[in-house]
Design a binder for this molecule. Structure first.
Ligand SMILES: [Zn+2]
Length: 258
């Protein structure tokens, strides 16, 4: 299982895949893994595609009720998200993305850039092309990737227990077939329906408030007593009345805190 690592490798990060098999990712400045390699340390004031790639991966750490903009500009909100990510994984929480932070991200991502515990296939049980929704196939797939990173953050916050996605992207045909709402976020690729077990549907709905989901629908909302729906709609709409989840809840009063 172990293989000898050359001097060029700066860090060795250990993680667990969905199958429980240990996976190893060696971080190097040149080429850390098959997905994306950061070439510089990033801190507040930085800008560029490397910042945007970082933002995607810490989009599940915006703070309660917030949504992190994926704009490629490393501002205070990005810094706070990096701090929360670092705290979540026991790293020095300085809000600066350097080798330790990137090393953890390398360990958390697969070669196709999805987080280790979610996959494009799980987020699209409709077709293999991501076509036929309300956005281009590329946009739908990119939206699903962000949703997966938010779910990965939520999964970790809930003790690294599995979260199962039963429905993600839907083409118009797939959406009609399951009786989805005519303008469902599933047509945009940024929605996920979550099944109960090991967490209750209310636990999922409550926890989703902390991980960047503008849309949350769960028990007590029509047709949502058998799953919790989360999405990335443009403005907040939360409704899971049986779980005490509504858009009116003040962030400051959120019992789950950060
Ligand atoms: Zn849904």
């Amino acid at each position: 299982m172990f293989r000898r690592l050359g001097k060029a490798f700066l860090a060795l990060a250990l993680g667990l895949s969905t199958t429980g098999v240990a996976v190893f990712a060696a971080a190097t400045p040149a080429h850390a893994d098959g997905c994306y390699t950061w070439g510089r340390t990033l801190s507040e004031g930085a800008g560029g595609e490397d910042v945007r790639q970082l933002q995607i991966r810490v989009s599940g750490y915006p703070g309660s009720g917030a949504v992190l903009a994926l704009d490629g500009a490393f501002g205070p909100a990005t810094r706070s998200a990096v701090v929360r990510f670092q705290q979540a994984y026991g790293l020095a929480a300085d809000g600066i993305a350097g080798p330790a932070t990137f090393g953890k991200l390398y360990a958390l991502q697969d070669d196709d850039c999805t987080p280790v515990n979610f996959s494009y296939a799980e987020l699209n049980r409709c077709n293999t092309t991501w076509a036929g929704g309300n956005v281009t196939a590329a946009t739908a797939r990119a939206n699903a990737l962000v949703t997966m990173w938010k779910l990965q953050a939520m999964r970790h916050a809930l003790g690294d227990q599995p979260i199962v996605v039963t429905s993600g992207f839907r083409s118009a045909a797939c959406n009609s077939a399951v009786g989805g709402a005519s303008n469902s976020r599933h047509l945009y690729g940024d929605a996920a329906d979550l099944a109960a077990g090991p967490h209750s549907l209310c636990t999922l709905a409550q926890r989703a408030r902390n991980h960047g989901f503008a849309g949350i629908l769960g028990p007590g909302y029509p047709d949502h007593n058998d799953h919790t729906h989360v999405d990335g709609r443009p403005s907040r709409y939360w409704s899971a009345p049986n779980c005490g989840v509504s858009a009116a809840i003040s962030n400051l009063m959120d019992p789950l805190g950060d």
